[in-house]
Write a protein that binds this ligand. Structure first.
Ligand SMILES: Nc1ncnc2c1ncn2[C@@H]1O[C@H](COP(=O)(O)OP(=O)(O)OP(=O)(O)O)[C@@H](O)[C@H]1O
Length: 196
């Protein structure tokens, strides 16, 4: 499988944001998208996820029969935690919505949230919410991970966990596109600089 975007031209609010952006990431690969505030990193991830239509250009998967958006996880700025559901219920809801079958307890254990499984999502700290978002990647496996500032709010152990999860995902043939201002420590990641 290969994720390919060709000559994307994207406007938001009537202003040009991306002008002729292309990328190609093979199975097992990682691409880090960098650039100053407002350069269009989040916009690019949303276009890849099929949530924003480009004015021109296209996103496609090579060697894969599915629609790109059916194969992707977008981990965005907002961690989409439902405050009234428990941590485990939140994870079950997301898993079932995405048609996954991963074990909830195993995923919560992996991200360090087992002891909080029965707490309401609304009381989680920012880093704990981000860890819950990482658990969603595990319970509903999809080959393409689109990660927007994935280390935001994560402590050092959480950042190391992210590096491990990404390495395991790539070893299984997954691929990752991550928007970031900080070095993420992903091995052999290519870089796309926007806004230059
Ligand atoms: N819903 C929207 N309506 C209009 N303009 C928008 C909208 N969302 C984003 N933009 C504009 O698109 C441009 C790119 O925004 P985007 O969030 O993709 O940048 P970014 O590179 O991710 O920035 P940051 O580093 O600050 O997170 C910005 O100028 C922003 O103001």
């Amino acid at each position: 499988m290969r994720l390919v975007a060709e000559d994307l031209i994207v406007a938001r609010g009537g202003r040009p944001v991306l002008d002729g952006v292309s990328l190609s990431v093979a199975a097992g690969g990682a691409l880090t998208v960098t650039g100053p505030n407002g350069a269009g990193k989040s916009t690019l991830l949303r276009v890849l996820a099929g949530l924003i239509n480009p004015l021109a250009g296209r996103v496609r998967l090579e060697d894969d029969a599915f629609e790109p958006r059916e194969r992707m996880h977008l981990l965005g700025h907002l961690d989409a935690v439902k405050n009234g559901l428990s941590v485990e219920q939140n994870l079950r809801f997301a898993r079932d919505l995405l048609g996954g079958a991963g074990d909830l307890g195993t995923a919560l254990d992996r991200v360090g949230l087992s002891a909080l499984a029965d707490l309401p999502g609304g009381v989680l700290s920012a880093g704990q919410r981000r860890r819950l978002a990482l658990a969603r990647l595990l319970t509903a496996p999809r080959p393409i991970w689109l990660l927007d500032e994935p280390t935001a709010a994560l402590d050092a152990a959480g950042q190391a966990l992210l590096v491990d999860l990404v390495a395991e995902h790539r070893a299984k043939g997954g691929l990752v596109v991550a928007a970031t201002h900080l070095p993420l420590g992903f091995e052999d990641a290519a870089t796309l600089m926007l806004g230059r």
